[in-house]
Design a protein around this ligand. Structure first.
Ligand SMILES: Cc1cc2nc3c(=O)[nH]c(=O)nc-3n(C[C@H](O)[C@H](O)[C@H](O)COP(=O)(O)O)c2cc1C
Length: 394
């Protein structure tokens, strides 16, 4: 049954009247600072989520944003997902708000990217909004507190054990910048050793464009070394790989075959793009330079088409047995549905969530339920890879 409770408008009002207008312009507000302030607040709430006042606020939030319905539930790679919409990696890099992502309606959240060594990331400015295009350009460079601090943070959160959580928690691992590429597997392994017991699933991130050489680890040979190394641990959560949209179609097909061959738990497609999708001449308000001149990865609406194409290719080659997580430019029920029918069992949002606000998640979930009704599907998993169209209002 759908648990559609009264919409308190708590979040709606805050986002639409205060935060949203500031985020919907290119240079209104420093996006990184806003994220940091928001995360600091959420971190305090997550740590104290059982305190009466905070628990009451979180209950209001949950009533506002959660849509619980058995038709949205799926079991994939040993994890039980309450719904197919997740928070993409890069927002909660250190896991500080890991105890409350379910209150925002998410079925899962991917923490990280975390690297073994704490690192500052690239110099600022390193995050740019393109409001008109509903896009962002970032070259954060894996700024994070490092795996040991994340472990302490997760310990302090007193989270339920993996498998027992309101939202599934993935941990996305990256290579430390100081670690040479030929030592990458040891670097990932050192992070996994610290964090394995906290993760419902782990993502090997080999697709960020902002760590020199990282994307070369997407080759089958390098991936095999990495996966074999990580699987040596006694506790090894399900392993997924996150890939770039800029791989050639041939490489995507090879990766799909390889992922099936070595029984990866799944593939996440896609990370941000080095392509500028016709926006090369777009001038960034913050820097006065064009998108062609500014280094970094593009996200949001411009990468949507390619992201869907990558999911479709992976599905065509790997078939239904390999779970896929679709991410890139999803900002509505329609775009989430398109990704699912192209082959994604789960979807994630980042840029769309920033521009559209927290109501995006319940909006997507309601839209998906409506489509299940219209197509006569019993469960969201029945829609995956069917390529059936969106029926009804656009
Ligand atoms: C500011 C920012 C930081 C990101 N950081 C990470 C990261 O640390 N690790 C990662 O795997 N992806 C990271 N991503 C990529 C997102 O997880 C996602 O794959 C990409 O943005 C496409 O989705 P979207 O169009 O919904 O934003 C980041 C994206 C943005 C915009």
């Amino acid at each position: 049954m759908t648990n559609k409770t009264t919409n308190t408008g708590l979040i709606d009002g805050f986002y639409n009247n205060l935060l949203g207008p500031l985020l919907r312009v290119d240079d209104g507000f420093d996006a990184e600072k806003v994220t940091k302030i928001a995360l600091t607040g959420l971190a305090h709430m997550s740590l104290r989520r059982n305190w009466v006042g905070i628990a009451n606020i979180l209950e209001l939030l949950s009533n506002d944003l959660q849509r619980n319905d058995v038709r949205l539930e799926q079991s994939l790679f040993g994890c039980r997902f309450k719904n197919p919409v997740g928070l993409a990696a890069g927002f909660d890099k250190d896991g500080v708000a890991s105890g409350l992502w379910h209150c925002f309606g998410f079925g899962f959240a991917e923490l990280g990217t975390v690297t073994f060594h704490k690192q500052e990331g690239n110099p600022r400015p390193r995050l740019f909004r393109l409001a008109e295009e509903q896009a962002a350009l970032n070259r954060m460079g894996f700024n994070n507190d490092g795996a040991a601090i994340m472990r302490r943070t997760l310990e302090s959160q007193s989270l339920p054990l993996p498998g027992d959580r309101a939202a599934v928690l993935g941990i996305n691992l990256g290579k430390s910048r100081v670690t040479p590429l030929d030592m990458a597997s040891e670097d990932y392994a050192a992070s996994l050793e610290l964090l394995a017991k906290f993760a419902d699933y782990v993502v090997i991130n080999v697709s960020s464009p902002n760590t020199p050489g990282l994307r070369s680890l997407q080759s089958s040979t390098s991936l095999k070394v990495l996966v074999d190394r990580l699987r040596k641990f006694e506790i090894c959560p399900p392993l997924l790989v996150k890939i770039a949209p800029d791989l050639t179609n041939q490489s995507i097909d090879d990766l799909a075959r390889f992922a099936s061959e070595i029984s990866l738990a799944g593939v996440i497609a896609v990370n941000t793009s080095l392509d500028r999708f016709g926006l090369e001449k777009r001038v960034l308000a913050q820097s006065g330079r064009t998108l062609a001149e500014e280094p970094g990865g593009l996200s949001g609406v411009p990468i949507r088409c390619r992201a869907t194409e990558v999911i479709r290719r992976l599905r065509a080659i790997a078939g239904p047995k390999l779970p896929l997580i679709g991410v890139g430019g999803i900002d509505s029920p329609q775009t989430a549905w398109q990704r699912i029918v192209a082959g994604a069992s789960l979807v994630q949002v980042y840029t769309g969530w920033i521009f559209r606000g927290p109501q995006l998640v319940p909006g997507i979930l309601e839209g998906l339920l409506e489509q299940l009704d219209r197509h006569g599907f019993d469960n969201i998993s029945d829609a995956v890879g069917t390529e059936v169209p969106w029926i009804g209002r656009e």
